[in-house]
Design a protein around this ligand. Structure first.
Ligand SMILES: C[S@@+](CC[C@H](N)C(=O)[O-])C[C@H]1O[C@@H](n2cnc3c(N)ncnc32)[C@H](O)[C@@H]1O
Length: 472
């Protein structure tokens, strides 16, 4: 059930008009929310408790978006940002807000999504799990190449709201010291070799430079193993590849693997053909929730190793697998939850679409001595269709599902419900799609019993949550 936003009928508020506003909450996505008479106004950069002056940039019938001009009275929840790039980069804009307040807001947003989007009530909410040291928590950084106004090569993060401009972000506090050093070393190596950043050419671009080869660098770090995997994304193979590797090494960067991946498409994403290994193995090691794993270059891994233990612990406890009953692990990735699940169930069916991740899952199952798993490569929606209806002895006690941000399709949800499990545990990185899928599960006879938010992404608006559903 969706609550309809009311049409604003108060005095006109026009684009370009400047107003004073009291911000009282944060919207999912991180913008401050204020009201002007009855009209909702979103103000990026404002936090609850701020009184601000802002100029309306966009005016819609039901809301307006305004640019923050000045903080007239700062909120008591405001904190001095730790990172000096906060105004430019926008990667972790919540750092202006007290960490305890961030946690409270995230918890509130999970509950509001489930109540307002799914129309659900009467479920228990566990207090959100926060980090003791909420910095340097990412085990993966994705940097992009660009050029500064003087034409110098840059390797960094996208400027807030821009797909073209890059901020060097050499002190980014979401990355560890090793990752920051790797970024610096690769940037310096590419500058020394006179390489340039990729950019799309078009009819207006007639300076004859053409496209440079450098696109992205992903740095993945095994927090427990200390492994460091560098993957350089280029538009074409380069004669200087080995020189980049040696210069990076001689700058003191202790990587364990260095690869290049070729992305010939115009899509601005760290994807492509590869990895072509220049040094080290095509994987790194990480231990999640006590399970040692081999992670291939392009496979998904929960990005916060410390909080992943909390996430998995809750998911497995709520899943409560039975030793004499089967279980399912949907969207299983490289098998990180499949392994502990299989140790407590009679057999696990694990489904994953990415080929590389499926191979890694098979390897990780072997490496951890786990055999009672049927690994199915394919789309969850299609694989489940082929399995239904299940013979009576195969009905699982429990299903864990952990889809990407977009959530599960309608058919995938219906087929998951048709498995007839006693418990469904939904791990979500997007409260809005969790709520949409929860509404579908309610139609299929599953009731939301409890939800536990886990702060995997401090200082950003991203929210992770585990939800337990049981038959009505
Ligand atoms: C959020 S990750 C979760 C992975 C794993 N459960 C973990 O904790 O690391 C989602 C996974 O779903 C896979 N995936 C995406 N769409 C899929 C689909 N339609 N069917 C099966 N797997 C899919 C992705 O490749 C990715 O490994």
């Amino acid at each position: 059930m969706r609550t309809a936003a009311r049409l604003y009928t108060g005095p006109m508020l026009r684009t370009g008009e400047t107003v004073e506003l009291d911000v009282d909450r944060l919207a999912y996505g991180g913008q401050g929310v204020a009201r002007h008479n009855d009209l909702v106004v979103f103000v990026r950069g404002a936090v609850p408790g701020d009184r601000v002056r802002a100029t309306v940039r966009r005016r819609k019938p039901r809301y307006a978006e305004a640019r923050l001009d000045e903080i007239l009275e700062p909120s008591t929840l405001r904190r001095a940002p730790v990172c000096r790039h906060v105004a430019d980069c926008g990667g972790c804009e919540w750092q202006s807000l007290d960490y305890a307040a961030q946690l409270q807001l995230k918890q509130q947003q999970v509950v509001e999504s489930l109540e307002h989007i799914a129309g659900l009530r009467d479920f228990a909410v566990e207090p959100i799990a926060g980090m003791e040291h909420p910095w340097e928590y990412r085990n993966k950084m994705e940097y992009s190449f660009g050029t500064d106004p003087d034409g110098r090569l840059l390797l960094g993060l996208h400027r807030r709201g821009s797909w073209r401009e890059i901020v060097e972000a050499d002190e980014c506090r979401l990355a560890s010291a090793e990752m920051r050093q790797a970024r610096q070393a690769v940037q310096d190596a590419c500058r020394t070799l006179g390489l340039s950043a990729y950019r799309r050419t078009d009819a207006t671009d007639d300076d004859g430079d053409g496209e440079g080869p450098l696109r992205h660098l992903t740095v993945r770090r095994g927090v427990v193993s200390g492994d460091l995997f560098l993957n350089l994304f280029v538009s074409r193979r380069l004669p200087q590849e080995q020189q980049i590797v040696s210069l990076t090494r001689s700058a003191g960067c202790g990587f364990t693997s260095f690869a290049v991946t070729v992305n010939e498409s115009p899509a601005d994403a760290a994807v492509g053909v590869g990895p072509f290994m220049l040094e080290g193995p095509p994987f790194f090691h990480e231990t999640l929730a006590g399970v040692p794993l081999r992670v291939p270059a392009a496979a998904f891994l929960q990005t916060n190793t410390v909080m992943c233990s909390r996430l998995y612990e809750t998911a497995l406890r709520w899943a409560a697998p039975a030793p004499d009953r089967p279980a399912f692990d949907l969207y299983c990735g490289i098998g990180s939850m499949t392994i502990p699940l299989a140790r407590r169930a009679s057999r696990v069916t694990a489904i994953e679409v990415q080929e590389e991740a499926v191979d890694a899952a098979a390897e990780n199952l072997r490496g951890n001595g786990v055999s009672a798993v049927t690994l199915q490569a394919g789309d969850v929606r299609v694989v489940l269709k082929g399995m239904l209806p299940l013979p009576p002895g195969e009905v699982p006690a429990t299903v864990i599902t952990d889809p990407p941000r977009a959530g599960m399709s309608k058919k995938a949800v219906a087929r998951m419900a048709a498995l007839g499990a006693d418990r469904l545990v939904y791990v979500s990185c997007n409260p809005a799609t969790l709520a949409g899928n929860a509404a579908l599960l309610a139609e299929s006879g599953y009731v939301l019993r409890r939800v536990a938010p886990v702060d995997m992404f401090p200082h950003t608006h991203h929210i992770e949550a585990v939800a337990l559903f049981e038959p009505a």
